[in-house]
Each structure stands twice: as C-alpha cells, then as structure tokens.
Design a protein around this ligand. Structure first.
Ligand code: 13P
Length: 279
C-alpha cells in the first residue's frame, strides 16, 4: 500500500479503497480494476471478516483469485478500522498487506501508543499502517455518531512519533449516507498534507460530489474509501432482478445479478480518482 500511495500522491491521483463483503465482490472488483489497469486496495472491516469466516479465509481467497484470474495489477489487502493491536496482529499474521489501526476513540497519547505498537509489529513484516486522527462519524446501523475534526498539530505529532504509511484525519466526511451536502475542511486538509508530507486518506467516499473528490485529491488525499455506494448499487440491481425473476432460486443468478452494477461503480470511481493505467 505504501508504494501505491506514495506514487499516487506524487502523481496527484488517488487509489480506490473498495470494501469487500464476499467472494463475488472481491472477484468483480479485481476483474474491473484489472480491466482499467488500476491498482486497488481491498478493504475488509472487522464485521466483514467475521461474516466471511475470518482473516485467513479472506487472505487465501484473495490470493487464490489473484492467481486463478491472472490478476497482474498491484493489490493491497487492507484491514479497515482495526480496533485493537490484537485484531491488527491477526490480520497481519493471516497475510493482510496493510492494516488500519483506529484508536481514534482514545486520547491522542493513547492513540499514538497503540498505533506505534501496531506499526512496530507490522513494519517488521513489511506491512504498512494507516492511523486515524479526530473521529470520522457515521450513520452505521442507524446510529449516527459525532464527527470530531482532526487538529493539524495532532496529525504532526502522531506522524513524527510513528512510522505510518498514511493518515486518515477526520475533516467532515462520514460513513454511510450523508444527511445534506458533506462539508469538508479543505484548508485543514491541505495544511495537514503539507506539514506531515504523508498520503492522506478520505473515509466516507460515498455521496461526496465529484468536484469535492477532485479538490480533496489536490489537497493531498491519495486513498479514497468507498463501501456504501457499492452496496447500494448491488442492492438496487438484485432487487430488480428478484422482482422480475420471482421463480429464480440459483444463488449464482441472484447474487450475480449485481455484478454489472458493482463493476460500473468501480469503473466510474477509477475514472474519477484518475487511477486508470497507473498499475
Ligand atoms: P462509505 O460508507 O461512505 O462508502 O465509506 C466507506 C469507508 O470509509 C470505509 O472505511
């Protein structure tokens, strides 16, 4: 991930971080990224990992897909919002190539301490680490939590104290669906980017208008996380299929009826982020 993001930051484009939920999503995303010749970060949340059976299942599944589908683009397998050292260690030991340690619910010093523990373990195994500063809000599971904007001096402090690959400063984006227009603090984003010189990560990529995505990239964002938009596109497509094919029970047809919708989102995001032909 480190190599991908450093190149993206230099070239003023961003790498798509696309969350996966099952075998099909991983397959569709890898195929479309290969078609577009774009590097990709496959994001796996703790919840998605539990759903799929665990980190080893996922690491082996992705490795198998890369081999069997002849995927040649750079692929990072990334733990999204790891909540503790132990969870990050599990993902690293299973073969994930990068992890996010999200200790943003703690005070800054504790966040730095936990992040550093993960970095020391990860770097030893050539695994890159993302950390979070401030708190990225969300409307997950119908519960909305607060956004706590990142302070520039806190970002500089964690970057100087740890060997991070990238940093996710909370600057107004949220996970899930936005209520109203997202209000991103671009000035602070640019300042953090200039002072830390590290690739920055934009969480909550669903629902941010294209011009704001482009502006964020010009302010130092090199990784953009997208999950909900893929879920909605898949769901709409499967819903239509089920409505017009009530007698269809083959899971390959039902689940697979969302393939084109997922691939279309992936294709459009790659074009927007400018990561096509950067593999
Ligand atoms: P969305 O829910 O906006 O797609 O954000 C995904 C994300 O940030 C995962 O870390």
């Amino acid at each position: 991930m480190k190599e991908m993001l450093n190149k993206a930051m230099e070239g003023k484009y961003a790498i798509p971080h696309l969350n996966i939920n099952n075998l099909e999503w991983a397959k569709y995303i890898l195929e479309e990224c290969q078609n577009q010749n774009s590097p990709v970060i496959l994001g796996v949340s703790e919840g998605a990992s539990k759903y799929m059976g665990g980190y080893k299942v996922i690491a082996n599944m992705v490795k198998g897909l890369i081999e069997d589908l002849n995927i040649t683009i750079p692929v990072a397998l990334h733990l999204d919002h790891g909540s503790s050292f132990e969870v990050c260690k599990k993902a690293i030991d299973a073969g994930f190539t990068s992890v996010m340690i999200d200790a943003s619910k703690y005070e800054l010093d504790e966040n730095i301490k936990i992040t550093n523990e993960v970095v020391l373990y990860a770097n030893n195994k050539n695994v890159s680490v993302e950390a979070e500063i401030g708190h990225i809000g969300g409307n997950e599971d119908g519960v909305s939590n607060e956004i706590l904007h990142a302070k520039c001096e806190d970002c500089v402090k964690i970057v100087n104290a740890t060997n991070l690959c990238c940093l996710a400063p909370a600057l107004g984006s949220v996970h899930g669906i936005y209520k109203g227009e997202p209000n991103l603090n671009f000035e602070r984003m640019k300042e953090i980017s200039e002072k830390t010189k590290l690739p920055l990560v934009l969480h909550g990529g669903t629902g941010i208008p294209d011009d704001k995505i482009k502006k964020a990239i010009s302010c130092g964002i090199a990784k953009i996380n997208i999950n909900t938009e893929l879920q909605i596109a898949w769901h709409n497509s499967v819903k239509d299929f089920v409505k017009s094919n009530e007698g269809s029970y083959d899971p390959r047809k039902v689940i697979g009826s969302g393939e084109n919708a997922i691939k279309e989102v992936v294709r459009n995001k790659i074009a927007l982020l400018g990561s096509n032909n950067k593999a």
